[in-house]
Design a protein around this ligand. Structure first.
Ligand SMILES: NC(=O)c1ccc[n+]([C@@H]2O[C@H](COP(=O)([O-])OP(=O)(O)OC[C@H]3O[C@@H](n4cnc5c(N)ncnc54)[C@H](O)[C@@H]3O)[C@@H](O)[C@H]2O)c1
Length: 209
């Protein structure tokens, strides 16, 4: 199930998932996304739900029966976030909470979520993309960090698997070079990079690149 599947990244992902043989449900309110973006995916096996992630009842009604959740329906408009922080928090944080709770209640245990490292701010010392400082410079970055926190907490508390990937460029959606780094939060994973700078209560597994 792809929240925000009619958007830029979500529609490319949906196309790829269908090419790989998956049955996909796209959940999208078409605020910035377009059904035309899904044209190449065809109508079967794609289901399209036009709804807002803030409609908790709709989320709870739609999530059951899916195996994997891709959460790509964040509002990325930094200026709008500053002007309307209430609606921004409702969508980017509460919307994710509704999704996580629906997953928990229905035994769905894998979520993938895009981080936004450029909004994480500058710290006192240089840090790699994977270990960036957590001092958001704007509400978009703050909401991303909060969302990662929620996902990590749900993953550790309810034995979810969660992959938060940091896309350095939109090319990641196309599978081209310059792509992404992946952080996989797992209750029992180990640090595949051997990096000793991590200070999480449970280790993160890094894979891909
Ligand atoms: N595009 C990039 O280069 C890039 C880089 C890093 C991270 N990201 C992240 O990837 C995600 C998707 O980005 P994008 O560029 O594809 O954005 P986008 O605006 O093209 O896609 C977002 C989709 O979510 C839908 N949506 C918006 N509000 C919704 C709501 N309340 N309920 C349901 N659906 C809603 C929109 O209609 C749209 O289809 C965002 O979380 C963004 O922060 C994008």
């Amino acid at each position: 199930m792809v929240f925000g599947g009619a958007g830029f990244i979500g529609s490319h992902l949906t196309e790829r998932l269908i090419q790989e043989g998956a049955a996909v449900t796209v959940y999208d309110n078409l605020k910035t996304g377009r059904t035309a973006n899904l044209a190449k995916s065809g109508s079967i096996p794609l289901s399209f739900i036009e709804a807002d992630v803030c409609e908790r009842n709709k989320v709870e009604e739609t999530v059951p029966g899916h195996e994997v959740i891709f959460h790509f329906c964040d509002d990325s408009d930094i200026r709008s976030a500053a002007e309307h922080p209430d609606t921004f928090v409702e969508q980017n944080i509460m919307g994710l909470f509704y999704v996580l709770e629906s997953m928990r209640r229905n035994g769905i245990r894998l979520i993938l979520f895009p981080a936004a490292p450029p909004c994480s701010g500058a710290g006192p010392s240089a840090a790699s993309e994977l270990h960036g400082p957590m001092t958001p410079l704007n509400i978009y970055g703050g909401a991303k960090l909060a969302a990662e926190g929620l996902i990590s907490a749900w993953a550790h508390t309810y034995d979810f698997r969660a992959i938060v990937f940091a896309s350095s460029a939109s090319s990641a959606a196309h599978g081209s070079r310059g792509g992404s780094r992946f952080r996989e939060k797992t209750a029992k994973g180990s640090d595949a990079t051997g990096d000793t700078r991590r200070r999480h209560s449970k280790p993160l597994l890094c894979a891909g690149g």
